[in-house]
Design a protein around this ligand. Structure first.
Ligand code: FAD
Length: 380
């Protein structure tokens, strides 16, 4: 069954749930081995998922932000690493279709490849810049050579590197000092990966270093020049909180299943009936409900608004990310308290969720930047 054959969001969420159950079965082993979830990504491609955000003008489904985050959340219930990985690709294609910031012919050609399964991601972070959202200038350079560009540099945190077909690399143009994005195919000479990803969180994302050594690309590879004016808001980044919300939901589900089963001989029945356990389950439910309503309502608002209003939604989008990722950390903590010391066993999925939700703090936008933005917003 393909997503394209289904008509409603709920039917598509249901199909994703079926895929996600399979992802859950593979999650522990991939995490243990720090292995990229190749099979999950292949199944997402086969199901037609990876082309759902292509705009209608290029034969795609142009799904709404609300539908996108619902589907992403479901993937994350099975495997957070798979969700975060594919979320970048899906979100970037969605955003490019809306912003129209690339030459249309270049974007159209990319969409044709995405229909055939191609995957892409932004490669913005470098060891020298830290988080690019803080304004660091790329150390990676692009030098003109006739009608070509020659790119040299190193990008860190290249999520999904093991299967990417295109790297959208930010670089500083040597002649002018301007910065821009260059679309570099994996097959270009001088492109290689260094398997540096040793994070204890999101171990399956394959976020290795990308090495660019005298990579020569056509003139059109410069797909976007960054403007000095303030950037618009990025609704597509809501795939990040959706991912951590999905992981938190998986933690709550596991804790409830455990509490229903666990029956120490100090009590009759299982611990699910105990007030101290129900207190924590209720607190988890409260956190999840609040996070979900906030995330869904801002996504729906984005879908309903015109571009001008969307571009002023930065404070809401940042606030959602801050609220949901921190709620996810709280939910996993509560789930572990329900389960007790067994939650720390290597065999227990909660210890994976505990590590994975921490990564949300280091995905954009960072909490301190959001708080500053909210303060500015309130003052103005
Ligand atoms: C799982 C995962 C997947 C990722 N995938 C991608 C990807 O696909 N593509 C990509 O490009 N990136 C990716 N990233 C990188 C991410 O976007 C950040 O760039 C990266 O996590 C570094 O952020 P940081 O806050 O730790 O780094 P830094 O910005 O170096 O911050 C480290 C510390 O220094 C402080 N700090 C640094 N500079 C400033 C400043 N100017 N003002 C105030 N405080 C400052 C911060 O507050 C923080 O305490 C990923 C990260 C993770 C964790």
């Amino acid at each position: 069954m393909k997503f394209q054959e289904l008509n409603t969001i709920e039917e598509r969420v249901q199909l994703m749930e079926e895929l996600s159950r399979k992802f859950l079965l593979r999650a522990a082993k991939n995490d243990e081995e720090g292995r990229f979830p190749f099979e999950n990504i292949a199944e997402l491609k086969e199901s037609g998922y990876t082309s759902l955000t292509i705009p209608k003008r290029y034969g795609g489904e142009e799904i709404s932000l609300y539908e996108f985050i619902r589907l992403q959340e479901k993937i994350a219930e099975g495997d957070g690493s798979t969700a975060l990985s594919i979320g970048w690709h899906m979100g970037i294609i969605k955003s490019l279709g809306e912003k129209k910031s690339w030459e249309e012919s270049t974007f159209k050609a990319l969409c044709e490849e995405v229909h055939n399964g191609a995957l892409m991601n932004n490669c913005a972070t470098e060891p020298q810049t830290g988080s690019p959202t803080r304004g660091g200038k790329p150390f990676t350079t692009a030098v003109r050579d006739g009608d070509k560009w020659v790119i040299n540099g190193r990008k860190s945190f290249t999520t999904m590197a093991p299967v990417l077909d295109y790297f959208n690399v930010s670089a500083t143009i040597a002649e002018s000092g301007e910065t821009g994005n260059f679309l570099i195919p994996r097959t270009a000479d001088g492109v290689s990966l260094e398997e540096t990803w040793d994070s204890i969180a999101m171990r399956g994302t394959g976020s290795h270093d990308l090495i660019l050594k005298d990579v020569s690309v056509k003139e059109e590879a410069l797909v976007e020049l960054f403007k000095p004016v303030k950037k618009g808001a990025a609704g597509w980044l809501l795939h990040i909180p959706a991912c951590y919300l999905g992981i938190a939901q998986a933690a709550q589900t596991y804790a409830i299943d455990f509490a229903e089963e666990y029956s120490p001989n100090s009590i009759k029945g299982s611990i699910i009936d105990l007030p101290n356990v129900q207190q924590k389950i209720g607190e988890m439910e409260f956190e999840l409900m609040r996070a979900r309503h906030f995330l869904y309502s801002v996504a729906k608002q984005w879908d309903e608004e015109e571009e001008e209003v969307q571009s002023s939604m930065g404070p809401e989008l940042g606030a959602v990310k801050l609220a949901v990722t921190n709620a996810a950390i709280t939910v996993v903590d509560l789930a572990m308290r329900v389960v007790g010391a067994r939650s720390l066993s290597e065999k227990n999925p909660l210890q994976r969720y505990y590590r994975d939700v921490r990564a949300g703090l280091h995905n954009p936008p960072m909490d301190d930047m959001t708080i500053q933005l909210l303060a500015k917003n309130a003052i103005s």
